[in-house]
Design a protein around this ligand. Structure first.
Ligand code: SAM
Ligand code: SF4
Length: 391
């Protein structure tokens, strides 16, 4: 009888795509997917470590699987994704019933790892296959250890869809001071346009009409001379493609060449997600975001002026280290000025290993973070409501 696997995904679109690719690889290896975790022979958690809350959720979900492991001692429990890379063997200390951890840069070893574990009795020692630490190894070795994961994508008959995610960049080199992503996802790498176009064609052949290009700073895509705008032109040429989106944009890399491509290609959505994070120059500097609020406003003006009918969304972090009432009010002003269709607002969560954790005290009290979160949300909801009324 075929083995069954169950996979639970937490976090962002990167993880949604990684899980989809992992499922595709496991299905092609002859295993069956189940929606009922306790029926599975292999349970996988694809995890997120951007905020503490996401990690806490994973540890409590893993804890609840102790009973399953007691009943099915041959069952395999694997932790994938950013938390696997960040916590590595610490996961075995906190949850001894976990069999293996696999970082996001090692996912192409997933099937092999499971097969090794299933085929060996008694079980070998627990395996932690993760990429090298960026801070303590040379660039070339680190890059080599964060492997691109692009298995053949077969959309199962039962999961037919017309809309898919396609990764065009891996990793991130921005090192925003609060963020763990550059450490757990590794150096920024752009995929070759040839591979991307082939993958899109392969997906179109399976009935896909809408694609979303994803990358941590998707608009900094560059492969030799090819930039994101060039890629949009190439993919828009594929017969059958009706809609192209791309997330997430880095403000300083929104250039006129890209905006003109968005304006001129009817397949490309006239919507841009460009996280601002804060409206205060002091805080942006501490966040290591490399732009000022005035530059962000100027970019917004350019987007609205170049692309008729354009809409925008943004991300904000409230309660970052040292954020005063006056800093926060500048964020409120920025939201009002930019008239986002929506904003995703997060309370700052200190992450071990980041510059912010090293340099600054997490000194905004929790109740104040909550207040600022709610206040900014109210401002945004009112702007969103007015826009819905205008349409
Ligand atoms: N690369 C994208 C970018 O630059 O916007 C998104 C990366 S991150 C997964 C998504 C959002 O999480 C960020 O835009 C930021 O607002 C938020 N975030 C990242 N680190 C955080 C932290 N330590 N505490 C709270 N929110 C955080
Ligand atoms: Fe994190 Fe900044 Fe990179 Fe986004 S751009 S993933 S927030 S370091």
């Amino acid at each position: 009888m075929s083995q069954k696997f169950y996979i639970e995904t937490l976090g962002c679109q990167m993880n949604v795509l990684d899980s989809e690719l992992a499922c595709s690889a496991l299905l092609q290896s002859g295993r069956l997917q189940t929606d009922v975790s306790t029926d599975a022979d292999v349970i996988l958690f694809n995890t997120c470590s951007v905020r503490q809350h996401a990690e806490d959720k994973v540890y409590s979900a893993i804890g609840r699987l102790k009973g399953w492991k007691n009943e099915k001692p041959n069952g395999i429990l694997g932790i994938l994704g950013c938390m696997a890379q960040k916590d590595q063997k610490l996961i075995f200390q906190r949850a001894p019933h976990v069999d293996f951890v696999l970082g996001p840069g090692r996912l192409d070893f997933l099937v092999e790892t499971i097969e090794q574990l299933l085929g060996t009795q008694p079980r070998p020692v627990k395996t932690a296959d993760v990429s090298l630490r960026r801070t303590t190894n040379g660039h070339a070795e680190v890059l080599e250890s964060f492997r691109q994961y692009n298995p053949d994508r077969m959309i199962p008959e039962t999961q037919k869809t017309d809309s898919v995610l396609v990764r065009i960049t891996f990793g991130c080199d921005q090192f925003c001071s609060y963020c763990v992503v550059p450490f757990v996802r590794g150096p920024e790498q752009s995929r070759s346009p040839h591979d991307i176009v082939n993958e899109v064609q392969h997906l179109v052949d399976q009935g896909v009409t809408k694609i979303t290009f994803i990358g941590q700073t998707v608009n900094s895509y560059q492969y030799q001379q090819t930039r994101l705008a060039d890629l949009l032109y190439q993919v828009a040429d594929i017969s059958g493609i009706e809609q192209i989106d791309f997330v997430t944009n880095y403000p300083l890399d929104i250039d006129d060449y890209l905006l003109q491509a968005v304006r001129d290609l009817h397949q490309v959505s006239k919507h841009l997600h460009v996280p601002a994070q804060s409206g205060s120059d002091n805080i942006l500097k501490r966040m290591n975001r490399h732009y000022t609020a005035a530059q962000y406003r100027e970019m917004t003006d350019r987007i609205y002026a170049t692309i008729p009918g354009a809409t925008m969304t943004s991300d904000f972090i409230v309660g970052f280290c040292g954020e005063t009432d006056a800093d926060f009010e500048q964020t409120v002003e920025l939201v009002k000025y930019c008239r986002f269709r929506n904003s995703f607002i997060f309370k700052y969560s200190e992450r071990t290993g980041t510059k912010a954790a090293e340099l600054y005290a997490d000194d905004v009290p929790e109740h104040e973070k909550k207040y600022r979160n709610n206040r900014l949300l109210e401002v945004q909801i009112e702007i969103s409501r007015q826009q819905t009324g205008e349409r």
